[in-house]
Ligand binder design. Structure first.
Ligand SMILES: Cc1cc2nc3c(=O)[nH]c(=O)nc-3n(C[C@H](O)[C@H](O)[C@H](O)COP(=O)(O)OP(=O)(O)OC[C@H]3O[C@@H](n4cnc5c(N)ncnc54)[C@H](O)[C@@H]3O)c2cc1C
Length: 583
């Protein structure tokens, strides 16, 4: 392979890097992706795809393929705590508590109102091949697995990188205008002096990935089932379906034990532990892999240094609680792709790329902190029933017996615990963390309004068209075609949404688009517009009058809004584009 010149080099073919590739291709940006492994992840890892990620996949034509393999919500919309999976002793197979989670059960209606798609569950080992296929179809010959970034240097106006083919040992020089480090924080950030800041590793987690037929005992319908052992805190763990089929048909499983020392088990020695904790002494188990990994709470001090940008775990690492890790990485890539496209296409200056850090780092901070707080709080929840990790072996049985006791005092124990379980909604019902993140500073033109107050548990989302926020979802229709307002957004284009009397804004937008060489799609929603407001949902959230306008970025965040008509619409829009595109 001779020397390569390409606008963007992506390092890392995990969930973040592959998503970045798909998004860049859809923006028409030529790029090369290198991934050192010969194949996508062989371990399941993250498995929850939140609503915002699914909307992004929908915008890029990936959602249908994900949904074809993913578990539907009725197969995972709960979290459960129980003593053991099987066994018939008085404290075995006892349900401690279960609650609706991640849009399941009674939450479904609220989640369905928030967006065009519900969350989905698909572990990374099944998701990444879909992303890889989409990336390769869009960019044939340029998604190079088994290729490693060996070194690179930022030359000021370009990056020069050495990439090695790990099969042949051959090295190639790649010259790129920008380099995206989606390498999980293994190399790129550190090379340019980016520091991942935060406390030392929080806890070692051991994940056991295995196949077994648990259909006889498994109560389907949970994203996570926590087992709180009546005897041994070290046997407390959680069990997660890893597919490829779901519910009782699930064949592969992930068991997470934390805390505990690394290296405590290998593929053989863990088998008796699995049988013991599940209380199935003769269970046939095939262990695929035992991995130890450290849970971190790290945030990069910068997301950009010169021509180098970082995204995904390279920029933030957090406990798996709330499932924000991979989702945040995919959303980083979505924020960055249109900005790179605009700059590389000459429609914006390099300053637009600075807004990536200004917008995404505060979200990274919030998501890391939220995941830590949810993980810590989970300890309080399980302490409440006497099964926390700090409750010693001898006390656990006694406390759980008290919890299940049919006496009036048992009623009190359960009522107390119930109140505490209820506080866990911040850990598994935090819809506003999933779709409510927004930008205060960046490629937006604020209108001086305050953001809506957020519910402390983040389990309520208040949609708003305020600049910086995600465009609110509402169902609209043109003839027989029913679509979400989010479907109006292009992958590269800006979208100007007005009320039915917004014709002047639309005409002005056409002239400004020409001046700035950007594409702006204009739509009017409401009586007399191109789209009907199907059930009044849009009127309830649009935040503008019939004569007002919203400018929406390719990443579906509102860039600017005019609540009403303006005397000089063209001048107003020209100012917005100049500010947003840093021109
Ligand atoms: C066992 C386990 C369970 C987890 N469970 C959850 C969960 O339930 N929920 C959740 O949200 N998160 C979970 N996570 C975290 C989640 O997997 C990560 O947030 C996610 O993988 C981050 O994606 P990424 O693409 O940023 O990084 P990665 O998935 O780490 O991908 C980075 C890629 O870069 C490649 N790379 C690195 N250096 C180079 C180089 N020099 N040249 C070429 N390629 C390179 C690596 O090989 C790797 O494939 C879990 C992680 C583990 C390990």
């Amino acid at each position: 392979m001779g020397a390569i010149e390409v606008p963007v080099l992506i390092v890392g073919g995990g969930g973040c890097g592959l998503s970045a590739s798909v998004f860049l291709s859809d923006q028409g940006v030529d790029h090369l992706l290198v991934e050192r492994h010969p194949d996508t992840s062989r371990v399941p890892k993250a498995h929850y795809l939140n609503q915002r990620t699914m909307e992004i996949f929908r915008q890029h034509g990936v959602a249908d393929d994900v949904l074809a393999e993913a578990a539907p919500l009725d197969k995972f919309g709960k979290v459960r705590w129980q003593t053991t999976l099987a066994g018939d002793g008085p404290l075995e197979r006892r349900l401690i508590h279960e609650m609706d989670a991640f849009g399941g059960g009674e939450l479904r209606e609220v989640y369905a109102a928030a967006g065009p798609l519900l969350p989905a569950k698909l572990p990374q080992m099944w998701l990444e091949p879909i992303l890889r296929r989409h990336a390769e179809e869009r960019n044939p010959g340029r998604i190079l697995f088994h290729h490693e970034l060996v070194s690179f240097s930022d030359e000021g106006d370009h990056v020069v990188a050495e990439v090695r083919d790990l099969e042949t040992g051959e090295s190639t020089t790649v010259t790129a205008q920008y380099l995206i480090g989606a390498d999980g924080g293994r190399m790129v950030g550190a090379e340019v002096g980016i520091e991942l800041q935060g406390p030392p590793g929080l806890v070692n987690t051991t994940t056991v990935y295995f196949s077994a037929d648990l259909s006889q005992w498994w109560e389907e319908g949970t994203l996570i089932t926590h087992f709180l052992s009546p005897e041994d805190p070290d046997l407390s763990c959680n069990l997660i379906e890893m597919g490829p089929r779901w519910g009782k048909e699930c064949e592969q499983w992930g068991l997470h034990f934390a805390p505990g020392p690394p290296g405590r088990w290998d593929n053989e020695s863990v088998v008796p532990r699995i049988r013991e904790l599940l209380r199935i002494p003769d269970l046939e188990v095939t262990v695929h892999k035992v991995t130890d990994w450290i849970v971190h709470a790290h945030l990069a001090d910068r997301y950009r240094v010169g021509r180098v940008l970082i995204a995904g775990d390279a920029a933030h690492r957090q406990p798996p609680a709330v499932g924000l890790g991979l989702n945040t990485g995919i959303q980083d890539a979505h924020n960055l792709a249109w900005k790179l496209a605009a700059v590389l296409g000459g429609r914006a200056t390099d300053g637009l790329i600075d807004t990536y850090e200004a917008e995404r780092r505060p979200v990274g901070r919030e998501n890391v902190d939220w995941a830590v707080s949810a993980a810590v709080h989970h300890q309080a929840v399980i302490d409440a029933v006497g099964a926390g990790h700090n409750i010693p072996a001898g006390r656990r049985r006694q406390r759980l017996e008290a919890y299940f006791d049919p006496s009036p005092l048992g009623d009190t124990e359960r009522a107390r615990a119930l109140e505490i379980f209820h506080t866990h909604r911040g850990g598994c019902q935090s819809l506003d963390m999933e779709v409510g993140f927004h930008y205060e500073d960046g490629a937006i033109v604020g209108d001086g309004s305050e953001p809506p107050a957020r519910v402390p548990m983040r389990n309520e989302h208040r949609p708003t068209s305020r600049p910086g926020h995600r465009l609110p979802h509402a169902w609209i229709a043109a003839g027989d075609r029913r679509l979400s307002t989010l479907d109006l957004t292009g992958r590269t284009d800006f979208t100007l949404i007005t009320g039915p009397q917004g014709t002047r804004w639309c005409e002005a937008a056409a002239r400004v688009a020409e001046k700035f060489s950007v594409r702006v799609t204009t739509v009017r929603i409401g009586d007399g517009g191109e789209y009907a407001d199907v059930d009044g949902g849009w009127a309830a959230v649009r935040g503008i009058s019939d004569a007002g306008a919203l400018l929406v970025r390719p990443d579906q965040h509102v860039a600017w809004r005019a609540t009403d008509g303006a005397r000089d619409a063209e001048e107003a829009l020209a100012e917005v584009f100049a500010a947003m595109l840093d021109r």
